[in-house]
Design a protein around this ligand. Structure first.
Ligand code: MN
Length: 513
């Protein structure tokens, strides 16, 4: 069992997740003798270095051990559980590693597991191949032994098959690492709720205790007075600095510009943002919710503040929706450094023109400018609900391109993730009377199949729109969490989707709670 010293562990500078690591273990056994094991170790280190060097892989990859004994495997799994920097284990049976040795370690492991089924050699050396070569390149054999025991133990994992230099292999490892970083984030994630759920709304509510047990997220309620206290305490210089940022980053409506007629409303909005930032930062909160039904002491519903906090990576959910606030944060973490933004979203209204059916998504105010196709404009307009002064908001269209919509619901006996592949479309019409941020999309495989399936699954109106990630990442996250994923894809058919719902009911309702 060779194990790295701490000084070998690098910091991850230059990767999107500095300080986070994937540990790679090679499985083998002592039977092969020291010379063969030295070759195993040299090849494993080379494989590890190549994966580490890939731009597709967003964390440092640490060659943690060549595993040759049950005790050693258990120690590495326990160390992975205890290491805050470790997002998960990747294992590759370089040679044959009798799998009874893995029972104790895999039974103890609480971090995500990636089974990397690769082989040092890419091509068969037909004219030179002998039994020594066969014995050194036998993951086809050893990984089947490992997969058997992992399956028998019921260990959730992702299996990636492919040569370690193949970009497709590296991309799949990288996607899994992003999901593991999201899962890692969930376990420290704190959501602050200003006010409770919007009264009488069902889908945004749910079991917060179960969410902490299943997903690690903790959700803390506050009175909106705690926020107004933080706003009052925010230094004038903070508010002034935010106003300067607004003036420089956005196309400002004339009435909001310095000396504009409604500049005072922009100052109110900036004070809300300053208060939110100091409150969330002081409490270690990376996500939050508010509700227009509880705005005591606020002059306007937080609009631009929620939008800009999302752009900085905070999760947000409207109307007390803590599930979506947490998901927005987790998907922002998962998409870090990739092209394409991530936003809180809501299915709002349809264009049902025959043959060109589309969804117009938006919210009252709170859509993240990370998905904007152009520089947002900063505007102030009336809002019919909330009973406060006109809120300041950023107005823009979402950038066209592929995306995925993800939502979580509480079915009473379990959480279900619902996801839908879609294409965000350019908005070619003017929308002079709709001064909010908006996204227009066509869900896959088509509007009718996707919408009928989403409704059949009880899918919510609030969701995360990720223009950075695809369904693979969502699937990996659901596997790590052990929660149901109902995925509506480009090749889905409605009968098959409805069958999946029936099968999932049988499969998941017996597993949870
Ligand atoms: Mn809403």
């Amino acid at each position: 069992m060779q194990t790295l010293s701490d000084t070998d562990v690098r910091t991850g500078a230059g990767k999107p997740y500095p300080g986070l690591e994937l540990w790679l273990l090679a499985g083998s056994q002592d039977m092969y003798g020291a010379e063969a094991l030295a070759q195993v170790e040299a090849q494993w280190r080379e494989v590890c270095a190549a994966i580490d060097a890939s731009d597709s892989v967003p964390v440092r990859v640490i060659p943690r051990a060549v595993a040759t004994s049950a005790d050693g495997i258990l120690r590495v799994c326990q160390a992975a559980n205890a290491a805050p920097e470790c997002i998960g284990l990747a294992v590759w049976m370089h040679t044959f590693s009798p799998a009874k040795m893995w029972i104790a370690g895999l039974s103890a492991l609480r971090k995500p597991l990636l089974h990397l089924h690769t082989q040092y050699n890419e091509r068969l050396p037909w004219s030179e191949i002998d039994m020594d070569f066969m014995n050194l390149n036998q993951s086809a054999h050893g990984d089947r032994e490992f997969a058997y025991i992992a399956t028998r133990l019921g260990v959730r994992r992702k299996t990636v098959v492919g040569h370690w230099r193949d970009p497709r292999t590296l991309d799949r490892i990288g996607t899994w690492c992003r999901a593991a970083c999201g899962w890692h984030e969930a376990h420290g994630l704190k959501v602050a709720r200003f006010g409770d759920n919007m009264r009488n709304v069902a889908v945004t509510d749910g079991d917060k205790v179960e969410a902490q047990i299943r997903l690690g997220i903790s959700i803390d309620g506050y009175g909106v007075g705690d926020l107004t206290d933080a706003m009052a305490a925010a230094p004038a210089s903070d508010v002034e600095a935010l106003l300067e940022q607004y003036d420089s980053e956005y196309v400002m409506a004339p009435e909001l510009q310095p000396r504009g007629a409604r500049r005072a409303s922009l100052e109110d909005a900036a004070r809300i943002e300053a208060g939110l930032r100091s409150f969330l930062s002081a409490g270690g909160y990376n996500a939050f919710t508010d509700t227009f039904e509880d705005l005591h002491g606020l002059t306007q519903l937080p609009g631009i503040a929620a939008q800009r906090l999302m752009a900085d990576g905070y999760g947000f959910g409207g109307e007390g929706d803590w599930k979506t606030a947490a998901l927005v944060r987790i998907f922002k973490v998962m998409g870090r450094g990739l092209a394409g933004g991530t936003s809180f979203m809501e299915d709002y209204t349809y264009d049902l023109t025959p043959g060109n059916e589309r969804v117009l998504g938006s919210h009252m105010l709170e859509v993240c400018p990370s998905i904007a196709t152009a520089r947002p404009s900063c505007e102030i307009h009336p809002l019919g609900i909330g009973g406060r002064e006109d809120p300041v908001r950023l107005v823009f269209d979402a950038a066209p391109g592929p995306a995925v919509l993800v939502a979580m619901l509480d079915l009473g006996d379990r959480f279900r993730l619902v996801a839908n592949e879609l294409e965000v479309l350019p908005i070619e019409e003017e929308l002079p009377k709709l001064p909010v941020a908006r996204a227009l999309w066509r869900p896959a495989p088509d509007f009718f199949t996707a919408t009928e399936a989403w409704l059949s699954a009880g899918g919510p109106h609030h969701s995360v729109l990720s223009c950075a990630l695809g369904l693979d990442a969502v699937t990996d996250l659901a596997t790590m969490a052990g929660i149901e994923l109902f995925a509506i894809k480009g090749d889905s058919t409605l009968p098959q989707l409805l069958n999946e719902l029936r099968w999932n009911d049988r499969s998941y309702s017996q597993q949870c709670r």
